[in-house]
Design a protein around this ligand. Structure first.
Ligand SMILES: Cc1cc2nc3c(=O)[nH]c(=O)nc-3n(C[C@H](O)[C@H](O)[C@H](O)COP(=O)(O)OP(=O)(O)OC[C@H]3O[C@@H](n4cnc5c(N)ncnc54)[C@H](O)[C@@H]3O)c2cc1C
Length: 422
């Protein structure tokens, strides 16, 4: 029996960060309860990428067979110029990344990845006790009368006590506010269109068919805007994220519905293939105001610990928000699992020590990309494109430290070398 078996952890938030943490903690022998505010668990209808740093964590949790079932493997990262679509730079992903970093760079439908994590959390078989998941369980109050047993209280008045409470409840974390952490939220002035465009429509148009020739991840750079797209579910959908200045309404509402025409209008003067692609979106287009959290290394207060967007929400310009939450999860579980009851407080400070600086660097890198990606045409843009051509990172960021991820103590996890199935 693992030493941590009798210890209880409550995780507020059943997003990608919360579920990865729940699974990692379960595998260390903890009894884990997830409290999710929504009436049903799930994810937004959009794609997600995991670079090797996050793929490594997921594979380390034993999810490789399921990930192989749901992933799409991009072979290159392609960078294009807004005006004519000319290729600025191309970076090999695929086997090169596996050889260099020991784990793959993969794309998925968010719902598929979320489902894989949820199934592994609640499966009766597998290491550690199955995770108890409660939906319609919004945490609205904390009772910290016993500082060693924080109690999360839900809107329905249910009380969940644990040895540690993990606030994985996203960018507008209630746990963060209830525990008295600083308000670090900052609005970026930008918003993201999100859409899943049916792959058969992309394949059916000679202007966009090239997107199916070879799976790749593409970033288009333009003044004040950029566009990212990649295929998921082996060509079933093209996932599109278009970043543009935020409208007043979306800033006010945080997110809301949008249309294909909105996207086309915002990218109307770009290379013809861009509006041709965006016009094929159906009625599931949405717009999301982009907020971030200011870098702040305070993630723990007593037995309350923050994880994921609750402590280090970042702009999505490194595609790393969920991936960093997965790294948090791996390190938190390692530290708590190794410590046992007598040193929970030490374990929580080691968690922050190992993760906060690293995640803060990714927050900074993502923020730097906001100006780096959106330069107007001119000398600075030409210098940027030259830098991308001889790729040593975006802005001051090399992918090397980012994709290697936080060092893990678990030798099985650290030493993962992924082999492609033959
Ligand atoms: C356009 C865009 C593209 C992105 N692309 C990528 C990418 O490719 N790769 C990547 O790694 N990251 C990406 N990200 C970032 C990523 O989506 C987030 O960083 C990640 O989802 C955060 O996970 P989380 O679990 O911390 O929070 P969330 O996903 O927000 O989950 C929080 C959960 O907590 C629940 N909750 C909220 N309040 C409460 C409460 N009081 N009580 C109980 N439950 C509560 C919510 O319902 C939710 O289920 C992208 C983000 C955007 C906006």
């Amino acid at each position: 029996m693992a030493p941590s078996q009798s210890l209880e952890i409550t995780v507020a938030g059943g997003g990608l960060g919360g579920l990865t943490a729940a699974l990692a903690l379960r595998q260390q022998g903890f009894r884990v309860t997830v409290l999710e505010a929504a009436p049903q668990l799930g994810e937004v209808g959009a794609g997600i990428q995991t670079a090797p740093n996050a793929s490594r964590v997921l594979i380390g949790l034993g999810l490789r067979p399921e990930m192989e079932r749901i992933h799409t493997a991009p072979q290159d990262q392609v960078r294009r110029r807004w005006a004519d679509g000319s290729v600025i730079a191309q970076l090999a992903l695929g086997q090169r990344v596996v050889d260099a970093y020991g784990a793959p760079y993969w794309h998925y439908h968010r719902a598929d990845l979320h489902r894989v994590l949820l199934d592994a959390c609640v499966a009766p078989e597998g290491a550690g006790p199955a995770v108890a998941v409660h939906t319609d369980a919004k945490v609205v109050e904390l009772d910290r009368t016993d500082p060693d047993r924080p109690v999360a209280i839900t809107a329905r008045g249910e009380r969940f006590a644990g040895d540690v409470l993990v606030g994985a409840d996203g960018i507008r974390s209630s746990v963060r506010d209830l525990a008295g952490f600083d308000d670090t939220l900052v609005f970026s002035g930008e918003m993201a269109y999100r859409a899943l465009i049916p792959g058969d429509l992309i394949a059916g148009d000679p202007a966009t068919r090239f997107l199916l020739d070879r799976y790749h991840s593409t970033i288009w750079y333009g003044p004040d805007k950029h566009l990212v797209h990649y295929m998921i579910r082996n060509g079933e959908y093209l996932n599109v994220v278009g970043i543009v200045p935020c409208t007043e309404q979306v800033e006010r509402d945080w997110s809301g519905p949008a249309t294909a025409q909105d996207m086309v209008d915002d990218f109307a003067d770009w290379d013809d293939r861009v509006p041709a692609m965006l016009s094929k979106a159906k009625d599931d287009v949405s717009a999301w105001a982009l907020y971030r959290r200011r870098r702040d290394p305070l993630w723990v207060d007593g037995r309350v610990a923050l994880l994921g967007d609750a402590c280090h929400a970042m702009l999505p310009y490194q595609a790393q928000g969920a991936s960093q939450a997965m790294e948090d999860a791996a390190v938190l579980a390692e530290e708590l699992g190794a410590a046992g009851r007598s040193d929970m407080d030490g374990a929580l400070s080691r968690y922050v020590h190992r993760r906060a600086k690293h995640a803060g660097m990714v927050q900074d890198a993502s923020l730097q990309n906001m100006s780096f990606y959106h330069l107007p045409d001119g000398p600075e843009q030409r210098a940027r494109d030259e830098k991308l051509r001889t790729f040593d990172g975006e802005s001051d960021v090399s992918y090397d430290w980012l994709w290697r991820g936080s060092p893990l103590h678990d030798p099985d996890n650290e030493a993962i070398t992924y082999q492609f199935a033959r």
